[in-house]
Design a protein around this ligand. Structure first.
Ligand SMILES: N[C@@H](CCC(=O)N[C@@H](CS)C(=O)NCC(=O)O)C(=O)O
Length: 330
């Protein structure tokens, strides 16, 4: 684990000391947008036109943020149009690596050893953390974006004329509500589990734990009244929650001490999680080996033995009856 300073790799853990033991996530820096015609998006430069075969995603199968982009690539039918490389789940002194002897698919574009070399290829003097996902433009040889929330918005519609897929997970009329749910889920749940797990003071941990489980209780109630987070159709908000929920019982309960209760113990959340998992194309994006291996093996300050747990054994393919439940309620 480390970061680049003026293009030079430094191996260092997150600084929580200056924040009373709290983990603060750094904002992503590379924020350009792919668009249908190459016009500029809300931030960054223009010139990134949606084209088949032009873009490449660097992901970790363990990472919940990168996982969002893989889900959108799958559900929007983009597999043949956007290529992917998977980093090793073992993120140690050199950060994310392309070590093919350690479960990485390698870097077919440049044969790089480390992900930080992709960042310095984009900008030789880059300063900042080296995170996944990274969306790379093979034509201009530069990074489009390293912000997952924006990458999924691009994948949601920029390639629609190429794929013919018109599903919209961020429909105009629901945007305000989706944005509100996203903010709540991000602060308390997506990032909340990290705030609990990376806290280095009892107080910082306890605060994160309390907000996390308060938020899960609220969503449990919400999902008793509504099939999905925003109405009766899946939206972006559901996929953003999904990537945390699917990791919860395997990693966050134990490794991050989010152990008030498991997702399996919530009636609605557990059934909802299954419905999302069983959506076409989604189960193939979930890799519990990479997920468990990454967290338990890489965070040596939390788990110095690097022993990876065998369990839990959960059948995410079992029946959930969400469709019937909400049809009956009509
Ligand atoms: N804002 C980013 C966050 C991505 C992120 O933090 N990824 C983690 C993996 S789960 C990472 O690469 N961490 C490496 C580091 O912080 O050094 C996004 O959502 O795309």
């Amino acid at each position: 684990m480390g970061l680049l300073v003026d293009g030079v790799w430094h191996d260092q853990w997150y600084d929580t000391k200056s924040n009373s033991g709290q983990f603060k996530r750094e904002a992503a820096q590379l924020r350009n947008w792919i668009s249908k015609d190459g016009s500029a998006g809300p931030t960054g430069d223009g010139g990134f036109k949606a084209e088949s075969g032009r873009y490449h995603l660097y992901v970790s199968l363990a990472c919940p943020w990168a996982h969002r982009t893989l889900i959108f690539r799958a559900i929007k039918g983009l597999q043949q149009h956007i290529s992917v490389s998977v980093v090793s789940p073992d993120m140690l002194d050199n950060g994310w690596t392309f070590d093919t002897t350690s479960y990485s698919s390698g870097d077919p574009l440049f044969e790089s050893q480390f992900l930080h070399q992709i960042y310095t290829r984009n900008k030789p003097t880059y300063t900042g953390r080296v995170t996944v996902p990274v969306l790379w433009d093979k034509q201009q040889n530069r990074i489009v974006s390293n912000e997952s929330s924006e990458i999924i918005r691009m994948l949601n519609n920029a390639f629609d004329d190429i794929t013919g897929d018109q599903q919209d997970f961020y429909p105009e009329e629901l945007r305000t509500e989706i944005d509100q749910v996203n903010e709540f889920v991000y602060d308390n749940i997506n990032n909340g589990v990290y705030k609990a797990g990376f806290a280095t003071s009892q107080q910082a941990y306890s605060e994160a734990y309390t907000s996390l489980f308060d938020a899960l209780d609220k969503l449990e109630a919400r999902l008793g009244a509504s099939r999905f987070l925003v109405g009766d159709k899946i939206t972006e908000a559901d996929w953003r929650l999904f990537t945390t929920l699917i990791r919860f019982d395997s990693v966050y309960v134990g490794h991050f001490k989010c152990n008030k209760q498991t997702i399996e113990q919530y009636q609605n959340l557990s059934a909802y999680l299954r419905e999302l998992y069983q959506s076409p194309g989604v189960a193939e994006t979930v890799d519990f080996f990479h997920i468990k291996r990454h967290y338990y093996f890489s965070h040596t300050m939390i788990n110095p033995t690097q022993v990876v747990p065998e369990g839990p054994q959960i059948d995410y393919l079992s029946e959930h009856r969400r469709a019937q439940q909400f049809r009956e309620a009509e």
